[in-house]
Design a protein around this ligand. Sequence first.
Ligand SMILES: Nc1ncnc2c1ncn2[C@@H]1O[C@H](COP(=O)(O)OP(=O)(O)O)[C@@H](O)[C@H]1O
Ligand SMILES: [Mg+2]
Length: 251
Amino acid sequence: MTEPLLTLSQVDVAAGERDIVRGIDLTVGVGETHILFGPNGSGKSTLLAAIMGLPPCRVTRGEIRFAGERIDSLPVAARARKGLGMAFQRPPALAGVTVGALGKALGADERLAREAEALDLAGFAARDVNVGFSGGEIKRWEILKLFLQHPRLCLFDEPESGVDLEHIAAVGAAMERLLARGGPNEERRSALVITHTGFILDYIEADMGHMLVDGRLVCSGEPRRLFEHIKRHGYTALPAAAAPLLSQTKG
Ligand SMILES: Nc1ncnc2c1ncn2[C@@H]1O[C@H](COP(=O)(O)OP(=O)(O)O)[C@@H](O)[C@H]1O
Ligand SMILES: [Mg+2]
């Protein structure tokens, strides 16, 4: 068996002075896409921030490994260089940094121009990153940015929230193209995706779903089935009888 790409072992995370996430065990294999469900405030963004190394979120117990190496005390830039990338829920605006300049610095090519077209972001080269972008444009740019960064592991924080219905298909299809290849040997990239709406499940190949409630992972299962359960019963842990069905992973 190949080594997993991302492993969290008994991870606790604090944001500032507050303990938010506790006792997380999570393994994402090479080429796997995992979905993270959970109510508002359950700690989903905090968990992603801790994996990426974004202050003020920090690991206070346990360890995070990426391709076998311990990363939980590395600064964000070092993690990005190792191949972690994130599409932010609410990214900052970068006044003075144009989309074109950032693209050039990161080696934008023809493929990027095609993806910009597909994401309805052609003609943005002269604009400052995220300055005056609409909510949907911000989210679409976050996906395009990942095409520039070539991460091995893509962390998506609610990629479809605030995106109008017309553009959701474009976002979903672009995410699937991003994930479908681009690993070191052109294999699938890995991903951890936060979603509330579940729309994204119609577009990307997802292997596993997890439910985070009050800072703890309460159950895991086949992502579409888990989403159906949440729609019907809310964020309640699965009854024991359903658990075996849901804990099966793709063979
Ligand atoms: N820097 C911080 N200091 C204190 N509390 C924080 C900080 N960042 C986030 N939180 C709190 O942590 C909880 C989880 O937030 P978050 O991870 O954003 O949840 P989710 O993404 O699941 O909606 C929330 O109650 C939020 O207010
Ligand atoms: Mg969040």
